[in-house]
Design a protein around this ligand. Sequence first.
Ligand SMILES: *Cc1c(COP(=O)(O)O)cnc(C)c1O
Length: 251
Amino acid sequence: MIIPSRFRMDVAGNLSLIKEKIRIACSKRSPDLANVTPRLVAVSKTKPPDLIISALDAGQKNFGENYVNELVEKGNHPDLKNRDIRWHFIGHLQRNKVNRVLGVPNLHVIETVDSEKLAAAIDSGWQKFRKQEDDKLNVMVQVNTSGEEEKSGCDVGQASALVKYVLENCKNLNFMGVMTIGAYGYDPATGPNPDFLSLIKCRESICRELGLDKSKVELSMGMSTDYEHAIELGSSNVRVGSAIFGERLPK
Ligand SMILES: *Cc1c(COP(=O)(O)O)cnc(C)c1O
């Protein structure tokens, strides 16, 4: 079936609109945040490879997936695996699936490390998959800022210990920053998102306790409905799906 072009998503158009909005959000940040250039991660979960190709052709590099099988499939897709693409794994990762993710061509970062056991499994697994001995895999520590039971991520109070563990024990990993999803449906018009504020505070404690430079610890926060708001608060990595690729059908 050939879908008439007018019914297809204008991925390139959406991307340029979002990049313009990101630029405006950057200009509203306080001066001490002004040197951070936020990275736009195009979250392509449930979306077909041809939409990813449209985004690549429009110059998009970073893509996010949160289901292991889907990332493995897309990462190995003949039309995608040789492209200049950086995959972000942003879903909950079970330890028995770590090696499947590590084998994905062009894997760039796992944003969802939330326990020492998972960090250790990724660290030891990466020795088998890395291309060169000094090639470290980027990871972020996922923090459950909203405290909701069903959300993954370590507790706010445990984040610093987990980062310390990664820095001291995971020689094959590069700690890149902290990530949160936050509660759904928060309206930024009512004030700064408490989950974002909590992630910012969490980074402050981590840096204070471990003697790290704040500018070297990224904040991954903000999605389609609130990425501009997140950037104004200092996000360096926004994960935007439906605003680029259209609404997803429920799984
Ligand atoms: C799906 C997803 C996103 C993107 O959500 P949109 O609302 O479509 O922008 C961002 N982060 C994570 C972890 C996701 O699972």
